[in-house]
Design a protein around this ligand. Structure first.
Ligand code: NAD
Length: 422
């Protein structure tokens, strides 16, 4: 992300906060108390490269708000990470965790690096070096990192081990998203996509009495898109279209998500699936006459430009930020329900919470129980946002996104008031 883009992301995050503060009728003092992160740590990470040179990397950990509990949020390794981006994302984690009713504040970490050009040893050195920079400020009761863009369960395992070496405390709950053998869960792989499917099902129940027989189009067939398709299919919906970066496929009678997945794994794209009626473009997919549209690929795909041509009545944001603010306003006023990303993609962090609890009680929660708890929580928070939207705001004038952020900000403000901070 360029400096301008990350500056824009931070301004966008501040705008979201300002709107929620205004909707809730809070003062400017409340806005100011929530805007800045509580702490930002910058770390310099020297790594001895395989060719003998020492290369210096830079990273950050932003701890935005701790009113509801320890900070929680992922660590990304990306060549374009900036401090502004990490700060903005830590603020968004405060709202996401609050909305998911988790006992967490918001945090985020990042290292400016392209991990794909590092050898395994260099990547391990970097991961351990980042932990050496932040370990004094994190812990199972202070700040709990997790994987994010281009970081993996293996990286979490190295970081957890470095924390043990530095502190002498072998605490599995210091980090989540770990390999199963070190306290992680296999359910994590399905968590976000499954959560998207559950949020879609609950919204469909409110709108039509159920998701059975409803038509679904999904943009993006990666981790989130595939599992959303798989579980919606199992729930009785008809997945008529899916796509990836090379294009999409359509079948009025419905696609079989697992068969499509096999073709994608074997050939690299869903477009090679031969049992579909026709191939379509990603633009056409977004404008299909379906009940439910799930953008699960990249940001800003539904904009002011194509919003007038969108026919779906329910949009569930599997990706981060696929609907722009202007399109959100336009479509919401037209009566389209948009389940916002902060709610729809909360499955990952909810699963992190289950892992953290399990680590602290000594490994007691089964995969089945984890999945049940994840589903229960997704149902509860979707209904809570729906209820808040209809009882405290005006659907048609305010979007479901307004409801989600307002509810989240309200919880954080009330926690700060209870602590005597506001
Ligand atoms: P992924 O890399 O597994 O899959 C991305 C998919 O999108 C691929 O099928 C790719 O071909 C497709 N794609 C890329 N560019 C496209 C384009 N221009 N048009 C159409 N398709 C395109 O990624 P993922 O983990 O499934 O994440 C998808 C989105 O969900 C991202 O925005 C991510 O930030 C967000 N998200 C993911 C998680 C998670 O747990 N994986 C959690 C929260 C949010």
């Amino acid at each position: 992300m360029s400096f301008t883009d990350s500056r824009r992301l931070l301004l966008e995050a501040e705008k979201i906060l300002r709107r929620a503060v205004e909707l809730l009728g809070y003062s400017e003092d409340v806005y100011n108390a929530l805007r800045l992160p509580e702490r930002v740590i910058q770390v310099k990470i020297p790594v001895r490269m395989d060719d003998g040179r020492v290369k210096v990397f830079i990273g950050w950990r932003s701890q935005h708000n701790s009113a509801l509990g320890p900070y929680k949020g992922g660590i990304r390794f990306h060549p374009a990470v900036t401090m502004e981006e990490v700060i903005a994302l830590s603020m968004m984690m405060t709202w996401k965790n609050a909305l998911a009713e988790l006992p967490y504040g918001g945090g985020k970490g990042g290292v400016k690096v392209d991990p794909h050009v590092l050898s395994k040893r260099e990547l391990e050195e970097l991961s351990r070096g980042y932990m050496r920079g932040i370990y004094k400020y994190i812990g199972p009761d202070t700040d709990i990192p997790a994987p994010d863009v281009y970081t993996s369960p293996q990286i979490m395992a190295w970081m957890m081990d470095e924390y043990y070496r530095l502190t002498g405390e072998n605490k599995l709950g210091v980090i989540t998203g770990k390999p199963k053998l070190l306290g992680g869960f296999e359910t994590r792989i399905i968590a976000t996509g499954f959560g998207v499917a559950v949020a879609a099902r609950e919204a469909a129940k409110k709108m039509w009495g159920g998701v059975e027989g409803r038509t679904v189009a999904i943009q993006g067939y990666g981790n989130v898109g595939y599992y959303a398709a798989k579980f919606l299919h199992e729930m009785g919906a008809t997945v008529v279209a899916v796509s990836d970066s090379r294009g999409g496929i359509y079948s009025s009678k419905g696609l079989n998500p697992d068969e499509v997945k096999q073709v994608k794994s074997k050939t690299g794209s869903v477009i090679n699936y031969e049992n579909a009626e026709k191939r379509i473009t990603n633009e056409e997919l977004l404008e299909l006459d379906v009940d439910i549209l799930i953008p699960a690929a990249i940001e800003y795909v539904i904009t002011e430009e194509n919003a007038p041509r969108i026919k779906a009545k329910l949009i569930v944001e599997g990706a981060n930020g696929p609907v722009t603010a202007a399109a959100d306003e336009y479509l919401s006023q037209r009566g389209v329900v948009i389940v916002p990303d902060i709610l729809a993609s909360a499955g990952g962090v909810i699963m992190s919470h289950i892992e953290w609890v399990d680590n602290r009680i000594g490994g007691w929660i089964s995969e089945e129980e984890a999945r049940r708890k994840l589903e229960e929580k997704m149902v509860r928070i979707t209904l809570a946002v729906w209820e808040f939207w209809h009882s405290k705001l005006e659907p048609g004038k305010h979007s479901m996104r307004d409801a989600a952020y307002s509810l989240a900000v309200k919880r954080v403000v009330e926690a700060m008031q209870l602590r005597g901070l506001l």
